[in-house]
Design a binder for this molecule. Structure first.
Ligand SMILES: [Zn+2]
Length: 719
């Protein structure tokens, strides 16, 4: 199913398929005695992680010493290695060869470079796929993937799992006490493959088992999915299909459960290797890397048992994909997308995350992304730290001269000369090391929260209701509208703890459970402001329609019901505002929920269409808080104005004004507060700061105006 990643409010679309298909991706602490990640954040035992992704397997051994010396001279603290080197480590089944990797680790350790090892399950070698062809993934059309690329495997297949655990076990045995090794990355980018899901026979079997465990009986399955429709009543678990093409659309409840199953299958695949690493390498941390905020798998589930989240970040590559899709976008669209992705990564485990791969030059497999402008790689690095990263690995050290990623540039060019951004990366690492661990492991305060709900995202993907409607687009548009407040935005789950936030936004809160409805009610009664978008409360967790007036379980809280709901296929409609929003109007894009208030105040009314004069936006006072229903798909500046007004009403502080394209974020620890100013534009600009500040890097004092060059980044400390 084709979905656009982003739209509206300063952020324009790129096809998720294009992004996925085209994308690869986006410590001087050797010998530590304590299990690092058992420690609370902020303890001094935590290492600095400013490194590079390194491929001794691609490099003649004669260069390993020089590489290690140069990496150390550049000020880098660690490498990540071996995540695609299965064939070298296990050249035939059960025959393991780690001599080369041990030698590489030894050289790196002698140069005080710490090592993150990757388990190689993302790239099974040819002997394996030839001997066990059943491990191949089957795509959404029912076609088997082919060997010769990577990530062509089924997450449910027991043979693939057994062999993945076997190589991880041998690695763990061989490197648990290797000096310099500090942690592990399991697999690589499980969110990115050429198909969104696997639909093979093994996944069907796994799905049937998962359904049996979840529901316990076929009666409950048939009830939950409504299988009487189209004569789909199952009388044996073995009859349950996967949602492959079948002459008509799949049952929505089955399809939603299949999304959940695939997420579970990927998470449990990771956890099998994790169990081995925990047992054999208790001193090491364990993570895995992904491109953040794709809804392919539930990243909260994916990282639940891992130590921290890791993100791969390729702003320039993403820029290229957007240009390729020929959509017009404002100049700050990419930086807003990247900021959102970082905010999501931080909130997966609600603690600092790592950038496992950061773009360091031109990137691409068949074509090059734009050359990063001077300052831009430094800016991307600062942007990550500004949003909660604790460390950054640049991708990659030397640029490959062979293979599918020959055009993916690293810190060294093909001829091993230094890349245009080499000195800039050195400078950035030196600056960030100087800022210290206290900053890198500090908190990211946020007064606003944005709900991201995988159930709603998947349910809307299965049945978009309007061909242009997507959950991801709505979330992106709302993020783009509230982030310029510079008050910090956290992503939260519907079931998460919202008590720290003055306002919680929930665009397209399509699936609402009874427990979630109760929790939202309690949040509002205790003084929170809850803002829901159109098409909220439409479905239960089985993807069945609710049988009460919309917004279903939220209707009483909202003090309004939905009289009618209207997809808009022609020209945009218009909404005029009233009450606290009086004085302006906005456009309504894809959807109009026509409201019938029952105690709520009307804050917006449709002025065009067959429902002209009917309420579009309402607000209800409940306990100490307020519940807002935005029934219209308000677009562009109108949405930013609207959502910003509600933030102001909730008491969200906007500490300072900044020109469009300039991000302001804060990190805080031990009574200190670091303010990041990031100019994502090529033109110089300035920001007026209140009171006295000093530059945390240079020490320069500022009393009022801070000048920012194009692509500049500064960190300020009060006083
Ligand atoms: Zn499969």
């Amino acid at each position: 199913m084709e979905q656009d990643l982003v739209t509206e409010a300063g952020v324009r679309p790129v096809s998720r398929r294009a992004f996925i298909e085209g994308s690869l991706a986006v410590v001087g602490a050797a010998g530590l005695q304590l299990p690092l990640w058992a420690q609370p954040l902020g303890r001094p035992v935590l290492p600095l992680l400013f490194g590079v992704d390194y491929y001794p397997d691609h490099t003649p051994e004669s260069l390993w010493e020089e590489d290690a010396r140069m990496i150390a001279d550049a000020g880098l603290t660690n490498v990540r290695i071996a995540e695609f080197a299965w064939g070298l480590m296990e050249p035939s089944e059960g025959k393991f060869e780690f001599g080369w990797l041990k030698k590489s680790c030894d050289i790196l350790n002698k140069n005080k470079i710490a090592i993150i090892l990757g388990t190689p399950s993302a790239a099974p070698p040819p002997w394996l796929s030839k001997k066990y062809p059943e491990i191949m993934e089957v795509d959404e059309k029912g076609q088997k993937l082919h060997t010769g690329g990577r990530r062509f495997t089924c997450p449910s297949n027991k043979t693939y799992r057994r062999l993945s655990v076997a190589i991880a076990t041998e690695m763990a045995k061989n490197f648990s006490d290797t000096p310099g090794v500090i942690g592990w990355q399991i697999d690589n980018e499980m969110t990115l493959g050429s198909s969104r899901r696997c639909y093979c026979d093994y996944c069907q079997q796994g799905f049937q088992d998962w359904v049996r465990t979840k529901y316990g009986s076929l009666d409950k399955v048939n009830q939950a999915w409504g299988t009487v429709f189209w004569s789909q009543t199952y009388t044996d678990f073995s009859q349950i299909p996967v949602p492959l093409p079948s002459g008509g659309d799949p049952n929505p409840g089955l399809a939603l459960d299949y999304d959940r199953y695939q997420s579970y299958a990927n998470a449990s695949f990771i956890e099998e290797q994790l169990a081995v690493l925990r047992k054999l390498c208790p001193k090491h941390f364990v993570t895995t890397n992904n491109v953040s905020l794709l809804d392919v798998i539930d990243l909260r589930e994916h990282y639940a048992k891992l130590d921290f989240a890791s993100l791969d970040n390729y702003p320039g590559f993403f820029d290229m994909l957007m240009r390729e899709s020929k959509v017009e976008m404002p100049p700050d669209a990419i930086s807003a997308m990247i900021a959102m992705s970082h905010d999501f990564a931080r909130c997966i485990k609600r603690k600092p995350f790592m950038i496992m791969e950061e773009q360091s030059g031109k990137a691409g497999q068949k074509t090059f992304s734009p050359q990063p402008a001077p300052g831009q790689v430094r800016l991307w690095t600062y942007q990550a730290v500004a949003h909660g990263a604790m460390g950054v690995n640049y991708f990659r050290w030397d640029t490959a001269t062979f293979g599918a990623e020959e055009y993916w540039h690293g810190m060294l060019n093909h001829d091993r000369s230094k890349s245009p951004a080499f000195e800039e990366m050195k400078q950035t690492v030196r600056e960030l090391k100087g800022l210290g661990q206290e900053l890198l492991y500090s908190e990211y305060p946020a007064e606003m929260a944005l709900v991201f709900d995988y159930n709603s995202s998947w349910a809307v993907s299965i049945q978009p209701q309007h061909f242009a409607l997507s959950y991801m687009n709505q979330v992106t548009a709302w993020y783009g509208s509230i982030s310029p407040n510079h008050s910090g935005v956290d992503f939260v789950a519907p079931d998460g703890d919202w008590s720290a936030y003055k306002i919680v936004y929930a665009p397209l809160a399509h699936v609402i459970t009874a427990a979630q409805a109760e929790k939202i009610k309690s949040y509002v009664q205790n003084g929170g402001v809850f803002v829901a978008g159109f098409r909220s409360g439409v479905k239960n967790e089985s993807s069945q329609m609710v049988k009460t007036p919309l917004p279903g379980l939220l209707a009483e809280l909202m003090g309004t019901t939905v009289e009618d709901y209207v997809p808009i296929y022609g020209a945009k409609q218009s909404v005029k505002f009233a009450g606290m929003l009086a004085g302006w109007a906005a456009e309504c894009g894809l959807w109009a929920d026509v409201l019938k208030p029952n105690g709520a105040e009307v804050l917006g009314t449709y002025t065009t269409g067959s429902y002209a004069g009917k309420p579009a936006i309402t607000m209800n006072n409940v306990g100490k808080g307020k519940a807002v229903y935005v029934g219209a798909d308000v677009t562009g500046e109108g949405l930013a104005n609207l959502l910003g007004k509600f933030a102001g009403m909730a008491g969200v502080k906007q500490s300072l004004q900044a020109p469009r394209g300039v991000e302001v974020t804060v990190r805080r620890a031990g009574g200190k507060e670091w303010m990041f100013l990031l100019n994502n534009g090529a033109e110089a600009t300035s920001v007026t700061v209140p009171g006295g500040f000093r530059d945390a890097v240079s020490g320069k004092a500022y009393s009022e105006k801070v000048e920012l060059k194009g692509f500049d980044a500064r960190v300020l400390l009060a006083g």
